[in-house]
Write a protein that binds this ligand. Structure first.
Ligand SMILES: *[C@@H]1O[C@H](CO)[C@@H](O)[C@H](O)[C@H]1NC(C)=O
Ligand SMILES: *[C@@H]1O[C@H](CO)[C@@H](O)[C@H](O)[C@H]1NC(C)=O
Length: 286
């Protein structure tokens, strides 16, 4: 019996410099049909999931564009706040000052917030030693800590599923420091766990690429710090909400019902603490 030309490889994968594609003309028609069917199925599953995720939460107020995590192309490592965004933040801090202010991220614009809060306590938590080195601070009114972020942005979807399924991630799971939830930041400076924070600003880590450190754990942990203050209100402000991770995680752990205002790429949530609540958002039940 003569052997078929390509028994195990009905199609060839041709790798180019930039892309790889399938040579469909060499594919037997049954396999081609099967292939197209499975491609169709995969694509519709993906769009179903995206639909599921984005309809589960209420429509964002400013209908931001959705960038897939894998294809985010942000050249700049730091995005400056626009004047409108900065105004939202300065108004908020002026209103709550003197207060306990916890800021993830560090850049010159954020220092103005610490100066507004000079009678309160401000801590900056930054992972990039270059940013820490390039900024001079006023040690009396603010402290800067170097922290590490273990999670990269492309883990966001899997971690969200973990958080929904695992009881250790629930708001009533107990103190953040001893949490077993993979999204919990458990190795922050002691002061973060010991104090109660009136305002938490999320503008770090960079999250500007699928392999860059992502803000998943920061947004989750901000949500937990706020929930722990039963009966008290915590203002949580998240920057770069046009990006998938920031958007998903804000809706999941800070909730649309808590959205107080939004300007540009900034969302401001007011979260009433309740450490015995079973879920983060009332709309997701429990
Ligand atoms: C960002 O703001 C700082 C001042 O806070 C300024 O020096 C810098 O040039 C700005 N960068 C961009 C890209 O606008
Ligand atoms: C906290 O959540 C629990 C459980 O959902 C609820 O019974 C209780 O009324 C809430 N407390 C406040 C102050 O909202």
């Amino acid at each position: 019996m003569p052997k078929q030309t390509q028994p195990q490889q009905p199609w060839r994968i041709i790798k180019g410099q930039q892309s790889s594609y399938l040579d469909l003309s060499r594919m037997p028609s049954k396999i081609l049909l099967l292939f197209l069917l499975s491609l169709f199925f995969t694509l519709s599953t993906i769009s179903f999931f995206r639909l599921f995720i984005f309809t589960k939460t209420t429509t964002p107020p400013s209908t931001p564009t959705i960038h897939p995590i894998s294809s985010s192309t942000h050249a700049a490592t730091t995005t400056n706040l626009t004047s409108k965004e900065l105004k939202l933040l300065t108004n908020l801090i002026s209103k709550r000052s003197p207060c306990n202010l916890c800021i993830f991220g560090l850049h010159p614009q954020l220092l103005t917030l610490a100066n507004l809060n000079n009678l309160g306590t401000t801590v900056f938590l930054e992972d990039d030693p270059k940013k820490i080195g390039s900024i001079s601070i006023e040690p009396k009114t603010m402290q800067v800590y170097k922290i590490d972020h273990g999670l990269v942005a492309h883990e966001a979807y899997e971690l969200l599923r973990h958080a929904r399924a695992d009881h250790s991630c629930s708001p009533r799971a107990g103190p953040l420091k001893s949490s077993r939830c993979r999204l919990a930041l458990t190795r922050l400076p002691k002061v973060v766990y010991e104090r109660e924070w009136d305002v938490v600003v999320v503008d770090g880590p960079s999250g500007d690429g699928s392999d860059a450190p992502g803000r998943m754990a920061v947004i989750y942990s901000a949500g937990m710090l706020a929930r722990r203050r039963t009966g008290k209100v915590t203002d949580v402000v998240v920057h770069d909400v046009h990006r998938t991770v920031e958007m998903w995680y804000s809706w999941e752990f800070l909730c649309h019902e808590n959205l107080e205002s939004s300007k540009g790429k900034l969302w401001h949530f007011r979260v009433l603490g309740n450490s015995s609540s079973g879920g983060f958002c009332s709309t997701t039940g429990a």
